[in-house]
Design a protein around this ligand. Sequence first.
Ligand code: MG
Ligand code: MG
Length: 257
Amino acid sequence: MIEIKTSAELDAMRGAGLVVARALELLAEAVRPGVSTAELDELAEQTIRDAGAVPSFKGYHGFPASICASVNEQVVHGIPSARQVLADGDLVSIDCGAILDGWHGDAAVTVPVGSVGAVDLALSEATRRSMLAGIEAIQPDGWLNDVSRAVEAATHRAEREHGRRYGIVRDYGGHGIGRAMHMDPFLPNYGRPGKGSRLRVGMAIAIEPMLTLGSPRTDELADGWTVVTRDGSRAAHWEHTVAITEDGPWVLTAPPD
Ligand code: MG
Ligand code: MG
């Protein structure tokens, strides 16, 4: 069963989404060489709590922090650490979640640290554009697998434009979201046969492609969380929480317009 929200409930989810948007905006500004991912985590937790919300990641299956900070070959679920100090040329993906009045918001950005190579910037841009294509494909009475196919098609368009291949991470993907962070349905970032679930007004889905500069294969580190590329290639991750309305997709974690 996929949770259906009333328009008042989606308005409440927008409140949670705005908290996440604000936190990510401040975090992206704070990223620079010499900053540790633990400092970013502190800033995130403070921002979320100052807004009267709760960091949804903290304590989630024992996760110890308010953000995931995944640097370079880390794909997702990196644990913030005082020892992980960002250096010029790094690429850091920051994933952030907040709960406000019982509703969840979940979003991620990839941020260049100092001056980053063109190939890494293209990787991040390909990932962001794949997310945006998925968002556009979310339509009332559409099909879930069409969203997956749109994400993948945008990745392949970026590959043609950039003249290189990207690894589409298959082990993780998007998800339904609402009164919990991870709900049905699961949303792969590549097309699958069939139509999948029907998209209905009132559903909310987190769309989160992860691309790599090499193999799509991943491993989990011994810390039980950090997901890295098996071949050590760099990865990028972008995410938004999106509601389906009569008028089409509503990006709940977008900054206020
Ligand atoms: Mg997330
Ligand atoms: Mg998510």
